[in-house]
Ligand binder design. Structure first.
Ligand code: MOS
Length: 703
């Protein structure tokens, strides 16, 4: 493993491997997740989901259920607390949060009631016995590129929906080699190991919540707004979170309903979703239908990059899976166009999931680039070398600390790419056809303002308080290392407390921006504390505390193209009799800025690559047109890569620190999955000679 080099002399901990601070607590069961936090007088809620995909609730017949053992309350649209109309959260308008406010049913699996009882079992039994009468209306869950309701919005939550430069049609006509293909990806679900759960209670006029959340401050602010409360009267904690992948960045049904229930019954209430409920209630990745057109001169130089992506949203909220964005930073072309369109259907609102946009977008574009390289008779890495931009292809901004080609160079060396026979379908080993493939990876990096408090304790230790969230990535450990270096002390003298909205504003553990945003706030606080501390002077019993807020620092970052990059490599074997694809090995080399903790960073990269393998070969949620519901909302029907599917996977990095960050961090949250599915699809083509442009590449499609 490459450890990070060029570390400033004062830095001792950043760049070295540390096991997770909370590792022992987690493996011994001492660490409590949101669904496990005990409380006296705890009542349990169970969510009732609509069985129709569109229509109205005519009646919730709660009378008989209220007489069942242990039942305390049944909430539905006629008796639930009122929420703020037209609610918009930190991440935008969120009509999905407005549950039990109206009789409309916008999709199958919409919450229509919550039953509260003394035990979880009693609540579940009553919820299953509850009769809800509906008036149904025709629904439409049929996603297709030709859908008449598709439209192109002005903007998405991650920027403009479109970009355009040059004349695509005339450049295409002038191109020596053209690729014009369509790619599809299916509905996918996050499936964090820990299903969503929350406990809510009122304590002396304060709403106290324990949630499984990527961002306690954001959740607390949004909750306060939704329930029209004073923000200072809402506290959200999330000490341990068992995975998120984007699904725990916003308030979800379990939390909203638990707050409603505790408000009505005056006792603490816990709601824990089942795996099947998670499939309905917490968002998913939309399917995509993409068209990529590439045109190049005979030497492979791009004249045209035209990427059009369609995704799907609900009729409640507009969420765009902005897959066309991927090409905006990867390759320049004389004519460069990206379009993200969407079609509203009677489905739940999708959300951010594992490299939103870039994951499906990179499957399409990096497959198309591979196709173009073959048409030009060029090695796919050489084609990328010839199209490396000096300026942001769409922004026109200077490109800084770009690591794409260093990743390909190092990856090619480590994988053994040199001398690869480019011909497809010619390597056979018994019943297996063998092939190798590669693809590029990229993801936007940035930082959001955050606040931290840092206390020098009288015993010579230091306490950091920041509303960061450790979703399993090792954030707590990385921040300990950052703080230790900034204070010039050993990490064991630093304790980092996270996951509490009372610690102030902090960005979510998401968007590949968590560690960078939080580390910045910790560093600013540490610098100030070192100025305040007088060497040799006694520290009072309450310690000496300084607070930071990075609003100014973050805003002052120069306008540059900032991305993490990577090069993905895969080797596959395809069974010519059954169509089974076995990935034999994967290698990912990433350029993600300064790596704080090689141990947890590697784990995160590898996790992303496994997500890419899963996306390439397995993951697919199937929505039944007749019922509007999923046919496979569980691990029996929705396969995520398991150990037996995961081959030798290696991840490493090249050292390209970000010059605009005090630690040099860029961000590694999402980059591991980007391009991984394309590398596998390209390897399958190299093995078999057949292009697969629809994911997942199931055995029945291979044959
Ligand atoms: Mo990630 S999809 O930003 O949690």
């Amino acid at each position: 493993m490459t450890t990070t080099t060029g570390v400033p002399t004062a830095t001792r901990s950043v760049g070295t491997a540390h096991t997770r601070r909370e590792g022992v607590a987690k493996v011994t069961g001492e660490a409590r997740y949101a669904g496990e936090v005990p409380h006296a007088e705890l009542a349990h809620g169970w969510v009732v989901l609509s069985t129709v995909a569109r229509g109205r609730v005519l009646a919730v017949e709660d009378g008989p259920v209220r007489r069942m053992p242990g039942v305390i309350e049944v909430l539905h649209h006629q008796n639930a607390p009122r929420l703020q109309e037209g609610f918009a959260g930190t991440l935008g308008p969120d009509a999905t949060a407005l549950m039990l406010q109206h009789d409309r049913v916008p999709y199958a699996g919409w919450p229509v009631a919550v039953v509260v009882a003394e035990t979880s079992e009693q609540a579940r039994e009553a919820a299953e016995a509850l009769v809800v009468r509906y008036e149904t209306e025709p629904h439409d869950v049929g996603f297709s590129a030709e859908h008449p309701d598709r439209y192109t919005p002005e903007s998405t939550v991650v920027g403009p929906a479109t970009s355009e430069k040059g004349d695509v049609e005339s450049e295409l006509a002038a191109s020596a080699a053209v690729v014009d293909e369509r790619y599809t990806t299916p509905e996918q679900h996050h499936n964090a190991m820990e299903p969503h759960a929350a406990m809510a209670r009122w304590d002396n006029g304060r709403l106290e919540v324990v949630d499984s959340s990527q961002g306690t401050f954001v959740t607390a602010s949004d909750l306060a707004k939704l329930f029209s409360l004073d923000p200072a009267s809402v506290r959200v904690r999330a000490e341990h979170v068992g995975g998120a992948f984007g699904a725990k960045g916003q308030m979800r049904a379990h939390l909203v309903l638990a707050v409603m229930a505790t408000t009505v019954i005056g006792r603490p209430v816990r709601i824990a979703l089942t795996r099947r409920q998670v499939f309905s209630l917490i968002g998913h990745r939309s399917p995509t239908a993409q068209r990529v057109r590439l045109g190049a001169d005979a030497d492979g130089r791009l004249r045209v990059l035209d990427h059009d992506s369609l995704s799907r949203t609900s009729r409640l909220d507009e969420f765009i899976e902005a897959s066309a964005n991927f090409g905006r930073s990867m390759y320049d072309a004389d004519a460069h166009r990206t379009v993200n369109s969407v079609v509203p259907l009677d489905v739940p609102t999708p959300t951010f999931m594992r490299a939103p946009g870039e994951a499906p977008g990179s499957f399409a574009l990096e497959s198309a680039v591979d196709e173009l390289a073959h048409k030009c008779g060029l090695d796919p890495i050489e084609l990328r070398v010839r199209n490396e931009p000096a300026f942001g292809p769409v922004t026109g901004l200077p490109v800084e600390a770009r690591g794409l080609l260093p990743c390909f160079r190092e990856g090619a060396r480590r994988f053994g790419w040199a001398g690869r026979d480019p011909r497809p379908g010619v390597r056979r080993e018994g019943r297996w056809l063998l092939g190798t493939g590669t693809a590029g990876s990229g993801f936007f990096v940035g930082a959001f303002p955050s606040q931290a408090a840092l206390t020098a304790e009288p015993d010579g230790t230091f306490t950091v308080r920041i509303a960061a969230s450790d979703v399993g990535t090792g954030a707590r450990t990385a921040l300990t290392q950052v703080a230790a270096d900034a204070l010039a002390v050993e990490p064991d003298r630093v304790r980092v407390r996270i996951g509490d909205s009372d610690f102030g504003n902090a960005w979510l553990g998401g968007g590949s921006m968590g560690t960078r945003s939080w580390a910045w706030a910790v560093i600013v606080a540490a610098r100030e504390l070192r100025e305040v501390l007088v060497p040799g002077a006694d520290i009072p019993a309450e310690g000496i505390t300084v607070r930071s807020d990075t609003t100014e620092q973050v805003a002052s970052v120069a306008a540059r193209e900032h991305h993490s990059h990577g090069a993905q490599f895969a080797e596959v074997a395809v069974d010519v009799g059954t169509g089974e694809v076995r990935v034999r090995r994967m290698l990912g080399i990433f350029s993600a800025g300064r790596i704080v903790n090689p141990l947890t960073a590697r784990s995160q990269f590898v996790g992303g690559m496994i997500g890419g393998l899963s996306m390439a070969l397995h993951e697919e949620a199937i929505r039944d047109r007749a019922s509007g519901a999923l046919t496979n909302p569980d691990f029996a029907g929705y396969h995520f890569a398991a150990h037996a599917d995961v081959p030798e996977i290696e991840a490493d990095w090249v050292d390209v620190p970000d010059p605009n960050d005090p630690v040099g961090i860029k961000g590694i949250g999402e980059i591991g999955i980007v391009g991984a599915a394309a590398a596998i699809a390209n390897a399958i083509w190299h093995a078999t000679g057949v292009r697969h442009r629809a994911l997942p590449i199931r055995p029945d499609r291979v044959l």
